[in-house]
Design a binder for this molecule. Structure first.
Ligand SMILES: [Zn+2]
Length: 278
């Protein structure tokens, strides 16, 4: 029997490997088949985006044992979830976990767009003017903390095996690197994959500088809930290469320096005047 501590340590180590590996593979694919011409040098963006990723990963190491301890104290160390009571197979438990966490993740993402104080935090992710695999990990540290706190009750109510939760996390991390990649897939592959996973063309619409497009395509890993709730939008081939990405009011490279990104939610109003202008 693996101890909780060992599982948390192994999960954190694997998450780092999946994160670095996912970004490296996606960047390799981008180099072979880029979708768009970059608007600026990438080294500056990479340093700041990956610096933020390192801060978030360090936070994960620090917070994960605390989150597990809170969950254990809330449940008395017992699995109170629905899935073990139903006695379903591992595959059914995995599919149910993916669908429930994607459903919750979809609405949490919409919340980050709809609530001004949450948008200030999430805007750090959207302010990247060139979207590539490193953008997947450009999040203000408060965002993964809030998302984890909101997803934790769902995991406790479901009660999947820890390995299933970890595997979902790895899947989500890998798809995030892929869906943010500046990558051109063949039309046939884009269409085939688009039924089951969030593709680069699908997610790029969400990074548009035009708000109606920004407020669409919220799904993280599978696009199902955008189609169910009417928020799926698509771009033509010409739009995919020409539409501006990022935020119109946040384009100065100095505002994407890591220290500025870390204080951005607090400095937001004074620097940018108002929350959303497009
Ligand atoms: Zn968003």
């Amino acid at each position: 029997m693996i101890s909780q501590e060992a599982l948390v340590a192994a999960g954190a180590a694997f998450s780092l490997i999946v994160m670095v590996g996912g970004v490296a593979v996606a960047l390799g694919m981008e180099a072979l088949a880029p979708r768009r011409v970059r608007s600026g040098p990438r080294l500056w963006r990479w340093i700041n985006n990956l610096g933020l990723a390192a801060v978030n990963e360090g936070l994960l190491y620090a917070v994960a044992p605390f989150a597990v301890a809170v969950a254990m104290s809330m449940t008395g160390g017992q699995n109170i979830g629905l899935l073990p009571r139903l006695g379903v197979s591992s595959l059914t438990a995995f599919v149910a976990t993916v669908l429930c966490l994607e459903f919750a993740g979809y609405w949490i993402h919409r919340l980050f767009h709809a609530v001004p104080v949450l948008w200030r935090i999430h805007a750090v992710h959207h302010a990247d003017v060139d979207v590539d695999a490193t953008t997947a990990h450009r999040h203000h540290p408060l965002e993964p903390l809030i998302v984890t706190a909101l997803l934790m009750p769902v995991v406790l109510l479901l009660g999947p095996a820890p390995t299933i939760t970890l595997f979902y996390g790895f899947l989500r991390t890998s798809i995030a690197a892929f869906s943010h990649a500046n990558l051109r897939l063949s039309e046939a592959l884009e269409q085939a994959l688009g039924w089951v996973v969030v593709t680069p063309d699908f997610h790029r619409v969400h990074h548009s500088a035009v708000r109606p497009f920004t407020d669409s395509n919220f799904s993280n890993t599978v696009p199902l809930f955008d189609h169910l709730f009417g928020t799926a939008r698509s771009w033509s081939d010409a739009q995919q290469t020409s539409m501006r990405l990022g935020l119109e009011y946040w384009r100065d490279p100095v505002d994407s320096r890591i220290d500025r990104l870390l204080v951005a939610p607090l400095a937001y109003s004074s620097r940018f005047g108002r929350d959303r202008v497009n």
